[in-house]
Structures are given as structure tokens and as C-alpha cells.
Design a protein around this ligand. Structure first.
Ligand code: B1M
Length: 211
């Protein structure tokens, strides 16, 4: 079994210490951080997701796997985030109201920071009003919303509406993403950009801030 497969296997079992040790070993062997993330950690979390869906594992197992994933990500973080010299733009980022999933959001944050953007992370369960207030306060270029539940993605529409109401709609780009979100949904609520993954979200954000 290769090291990436081992990382995936231990992540699925929720073995944070083993995941940490293997991620460190992979780094020491010179393996690319992005490969470790995508083909080790994320591959393992995908399997957990399928099992969760099929009721083969339950919330506690998923939480333990998520903890193992975060342990691995913590080691990769400095490698994925280049040392930001001067921020190229400001992003207000959060997981929308009612939604506690933050692994994808944290990846988006890392990737954006890796592009030299300043990311103000509002955490999870963030109401539309808070996104708007913070965007105003920080004069942000982008509001970036993540949602993992079909029941919470509707809060993204509120973000668009509140941005209009508060008069900042033409000053801020609204970017959305997360597993249930699609480009069609993005268009239907009048948001500006949908991206399917953290890497392309960061690229799009950089492009916005470069303009
Ligand atoms: Co949750 N959960 N969960 N869960 N959970 C899902 C999302 C689900 C698909 C599982 C399933 O049924 N197959 C399902 C949603 C169904 C739906 O609505 N369609 C689900 C459910 C139902 C629930 C609960 C309701 C379960 C319950 O209690 N009955 C509950 C809700 C709690 C709440 O939020 N209020 C719940 C709870 C949890 C845990 C707490 C146990 C845990 C979260 C831990 C945490 O985040 N700290 C958890 C987890 C881990 C998952 C799965 C297994 C994995 C999610 C994840 O982290 N993936 C997930 C199944 C799955 O997706 N395979 C599932 C890895 C992560 C890297 O991917 O977040 O998609 P993701 O991010 C991607 C892209 O989406 C994108 O970039 C990332 C990759 O590069 N992206 C963006 C994300 N945000 C972006 C923003 C952008 C651009 C791209 O621009 C701004």
C-alpha cells in the first residue's frame, strides 16, 4: 500500500496520530502538499462521505475522521500557504447560517491565502447580515460563502439580497461554493461566481482582485 492510500485508510478509521505521522512522512519524502491533500486526505474523506450517506458510519465516526483530516491539514497548511507579502485583496469568508461544515471552507481559506489574499474567516453558521456588515467594515473585494447542505444553501440568496439592500452590491463580488451548490444555482440567485473546488475558487478570487 502506498503512503497516500495509508493516509486515506487511517483517516477513514479516524486515527489522527497515524494520519499526522504519515502526512509528515510524505512531506519529508518530498511529496507535493497538494497531492497529499487531494489523493490522501480528501480521498479518505470521500469514502467516509459515501459510507455516511449509506448509513454505514454515523456522525461520531465522521467527526473523528474530520478531526484526523484537520490534523493532516494543519501540517500541510504552511506548505500550501505561501508567505503573503502584501495582501492582493480582501475576502470575507464563512459557512452560511445553519451549517456547521467547515473543512471545505478551511481549504478555500488556505488556498486563497496561498494566493496572497487576506481572508477574514467568520467561521460557521454565519447569517447573511454578518457577511454584509463585515464586508462593509473591511471594504472587502469578495464575499465568499460555503454551504454543504441543501437546506442551508438558500441563505446564499439572502446574502445577495442583503448586499443589494445595503447598497454594496456593485462594490463586492459574491462567490459561492460547496457540495450541493451549482453554477445554475449561482445564476438563479444572482451571485457572481461559482467554483467547484478550493483551488479554482482561489484562482477566481485572485482574478477578481487583480482587476
Ligand atoms: Co455532514 N452532511 N451533516 N457532517 N457531512 C454531508 C454534507 C452530506 C452530503 C452527507 C451525506 O448524506 N452523504 C449531507 C448533506 C445532504 C444534503 O443536504 N444534500 C450531510 C448531512 C445531512 C449532515 C447533518 C444534517 C447530519 C445529521 O446530523 N443528521 C449534519 C448537519 C450539521 C449542520 O451543519 N448543521 C451534518 C454534520 C456533519 C459533521 C459535523 C458530522 C461533519 C462536519 C465536520 C466539520 O466540517 N467540521 C460532517 C461531514 C464531515 C460531512 C461529509 C462526510 C464530508 C464533508 C467534507 O468536509 N468534505 C459530507 C459528505 C461529503 O461531502 N462527502 C457531509 C470534504 C471537503 C473538503 O469537501 O466541504 O465539499 P467540501 O468542500 C469542497 C467543495 O465543495 C469546495 O471546495 C472543497 C474542495 O476543494 N467548496 C467551495 C466548499 N466551499 C466552497 C466555497 C467556494 C468554492 C468552493 O467559494 C466561496
Amino acid at each position: 500500500m502506498g503512503i497516500l492510500e495509508e493516509i486515506s485508510e487511517f483517516l477513514q478509521k479516524g486515527k489522527a496520530n497515524e494520519v499526522k505521522a504519515l502526512v509528515q512522512k510524505a512531506i519529508d519524502e518530498g511529496m507535493d502538499a497538494k497531492t497529499i491533500l487531494e489523493e490522501g486526505l480528501m480521498a479518505g474523506m470521500n469514502v467516509v462521505g459515501i459510507k455516511f450517506k449509506n448509513n454505514q458510519v454515523y456522525v461520531p465516526e465522521v467527526l473523528i475522521a474530520a478531526r484526523a483530516m484537520n490534523a493532516g491539514i494543519a501540517l500541510l497548511r504552511p506548505l500550501l500557504v505561501k508567505e503573503g507579502v502584501k495582501a492582493k485583496g480582501k475576502v470575507i469568508l464563512g459557512t452560511v447560517k445553519g451549517d456547521l461544515h467547515d473543512i471545505g471552507k478551511n481549504l478555500v481559506k488556505m488556498m486563497m491565502e496561498g494566493k496572497g489574499l487576506e481572508v477574514i474567516d467568520l467561521g460557521t453558521d454565519v447569517p447573511a447580515d454578518k457577511f454584509i456588515a463585515m464586508a462593509k467594515e473591511h471594504n472587502a473585494n469578495i464575499i465568499a460563502c460555503s454551504a454543504l447542505l441543501t437546506t442551508t444553501m438558500t441563505e446564499m440568496k439572502n446574502v445577495v439580497e442583503k448586499a443589494k439592500e445595503s447598497g454594496i452590491r456593485d462594490k463586492v463580488v459574491i462567490m459561492i461554493g460547496g457540495a450541493p451548490v451549482t453554477d445554475n444555482y449561482c445564476k438563479s440567485i444572482g451571485a457572481d461566481i461559482y467554483r467547484p473546488d478550493a483551488a479554482t475558487a482561489a484562482e477566481a478570487a485572485l482574478e477578481v482582485c487583480g482587476k
